[in-house]
Design a protein around this ligand. Structure first.
Ligand SMILES: Cc1cc2nc3c(=O)[nH]c(=O)nc-3n(C[C@H](O)[C@H](O)[C@H](O)COP(=O)(O)O)c2cc1C
Length: 273
């Protein structure tokens, strides 16, 4: 097992010593996370998908409603179509397994209709948000399960660039929305992915009450860490993290088509009242 001080130093970009707590394989897996965008053409062992889904289903779920589903895609043609809809991200075609995680309000709609019960509550933003949270928590359990057995993953938020077209490709009924995709496969060792540092804890951890002004120093520190991280890896990211982040939120156009998400969701039957 990699030692905690080394993992913590990679996670923050500077040495913070050991956190004084017991250390175990689960923490080591969590702290070792990095997104993988290059995969070996190696099939997954039989039963992998089912164990990832069992891990996902073991996550908490709001009121045990289980308002999520997932579509597992292995067909190269379907992966190719989804890759195109996600801005031609090659890793979607390359990975042996592509999972599309769904906020699923169709199942409850169907159950209510079969029982002759109204289901107006499903039309509210709250239920949509519940389903998105459920899907995200479930997916993250699958990510940790995958990483714990030596697989790599990367989330694909670009599934939301063209929600209606994605829905067609994977045959979604009304009231179901593809929240994100997830590539799963064996990492290609020739394309070593590094642990990407995160903001210092002083930026994200607030004790008793929220503090905004106090984050300035932590952000400045992180900007330096990330500038070095980008340049050490010859990544084509001009500027630091703050500069990079503000570009991502500057305008509706910066959202890669997702500025029309409300309209797309309405088209998929989700009213968001
Ligand atoms: C919801 C979500 C959507 C994401 N969408 C994409 C994507 O479309 N393409 C991609 O290459 N990475 C995507 N990522 C991966 C992030 O870029 C990555 O997690 C972040 O840069 C931190 O790097 P790390 O995961 O290696 O620590 C996404 C991550 C999340 C959580």
């Amino acid at each position: 097992m990699i030692n905690p001080a080394e993992l913590l130093s990679d996670r923050y970009g500077f040495s913070i010593g050991n956190i004084h707590t017991s250390w175990n394989e689960t923490l080591a897996t969590l702290l070792s996370h990095r997104s993988i965008r290059a995969y070996l053409p190696k099939p997954l062992p039989a039963g992998t998908l089912e164990s990832l889904i069992a891990a996902a289903q073991s996550a908490s779920t709001s009121s045990n409603l289980q308002t999520w589903s997932v579509v597992a895609i292995e067909d190269p043609e379907r992966k190719e179509k989804l890759s195109q809809l996600a801005g031609n991200q090659a890793h979607i075609q390359q990975c042996p397994l592509f999972l599309v995680w769904l906020a699923d309000l169709a199942r409850l709609t169907c159950i209510a209709e079969n029982l002759g019960s109204p289901h107006e509550g499903l039309d509210y933003l709250e239920m949509f948000l519940t389903a998105v949270i459920d899907a995200a928590i479930a997916a993250q359990n699958a990510v940790i399960a995958a990483e714990s057995v030596g697989l790599g993953t990367v989330y694909i938020g670009a599934m939301r660039n063209h929600p209606e077209r994605v829905a067609k490709v994977i045959g979604l009924p009304p009231y179901v929305f593809a929240v994100f995709g997830l590539c799963v496969g064996y990492p290609d060792p020739a394309a070593q992915a590094a642990i990407k540092p995160r903001l210092p804890q002083t930026a994200v951890l607030h004790r008793e009450t929220y503090q905004l002004a106090q984050q300035v120093g932590a952000i400045a520190c992180y900007d330096k860490v990330m500038k070095d991280f980008y340049s050490q890896r010859q990544m084509n990211f001009p500027g630091n993290w703050s500069e990079h982040s503000v570009k991502r939120i500057a305008s509706a156009q910066s959202l890669s088509g997702r500025d029309r998400l409300r309209e797309a969701l309405n088209n998929l039957g989700l009213k968001l009242l």
